[in-house]
Design a binder for this molecule. Structure first.
Ligand SMILES: [Zn+2]
Length: 275
């Protein structure tokens, strides 16, 4: 599944090619992904310019002349979505559900499992879109810190890992990043969020930022369905300390890495190093 670093790498890749470009139109080959693709999107997009591409959680947010009568195109890659730039008139293949067409290139969304989204918000403000309105803090923003995380979890009685993965609190910390960050910070994923002290949350916040940043710098971690925006396969396999390594030696103490189920997801950790 594309995680925050992959989406950020896609964003950075697309910026160079698409910022300032005029949109010719859009091709919608599927009426519905996770949600309906807005009717008339081709007409709405035609003639607008991509003025900026930002990211909110795992949504790519295209500013399509939003301050000048346009709006915002939101793309989410879901479980299996990928974006690539292809030459105009490149035949679409199965699962190519959406094209954003420019004179010189086409941004194409492929999504075999159809959990992605193509959404639209009219007007100058995008944060009010229902898809974005409930999203929590960005982990790479100035709003995120150990002090903030500590304060935000005083009434959270759940284990810390599912709390970290709650997008209403903080966005974009997927299963891999939650596991690796908790390992780096020496915190058991089973600990109740409200019982972790400030010092540990400060360590955890640093671990989250460094894990995400390292993955972005390396081009996103390599996951099965991830493809860079230019069509090249993501080449970086995040060198995980615990994630996906059940039964293998912990890199710090050599005890076997444990795996348990939490909130329907596999949680990997070292019961010796994390408490
Ligand atoms: Zn260990």
């Amino acid at each position: 599944m594309p995680e925050l670093p992959e989406v950020e790498v896609s964003r950075q890749g697309l910026l160079t090619y698409l910022t300032g470009r005029r949109i010719v139109g859009a091709v919608v080959r599927t009426s519905k992904l996770r949600h309906e693709i807005p009717v008339g999107l081709d007409h709405r997009l035609s003639g607008l310019t991509v003025e900026a591409i930002s990211r909110r959680g795992k949504y790519l947010v295209f500013d399509c002349a939003a301050a000048r009568g346009g709006g915002w195109l939101l793309i989410h890659l879901g479980m299996s979505g990928s974006l690539r730039l292809v030459p105009p008139a490149t035949p679409a293949q199965k699962h190519d559900h959406f094209d954003l067409v420019f004179p010189e290139t086409v941004l194409r969304l492929r999504d075999p499992r159809r959990f992605g989204d193509v959404l639209w918000q009219d007007g100058p403000v995008v944060d009010c879109h229902p898809a974005l309105a409930t999203l929590g803090v960005e982990p790479l923003s100035d709003d995120f810190s150990g002090d903030w995380l500590h304060a935000a979890t005083r009434r959270r009685r759940m284990p810390v890992k599912p709390v970290l993965m709650d997008n209403r609190l903080v966005v974009g910390i997927g299963n891999i990043y939650a596991a690796e960050s908790l390992f780096l910070a020496g915190i058991s994923p089973l600990r109740r969020a409200d019982q972790i002290d400030l010092e540990h949350y400060r360590r955890l916040a640093l671990a989250i930022c460094s894990t995400l940043r390292a993955s972005i710098a390396a081009g996103g971690s390599s996951v099965r369905d991830y493809v860079h925006s230019d069509g090249g396969a993501g080449c970086y396999q995040l060198s995980c300390a615990v994630y996906g390594r059940a039964g293998q030696p912990c890199p710090s103490c050599a005890n076997a890495v444990q795996v348990v189920r939490q909130a329907g997801r596999s949680t990997f950790y070292c019961s010796n190093c994390q408490c």
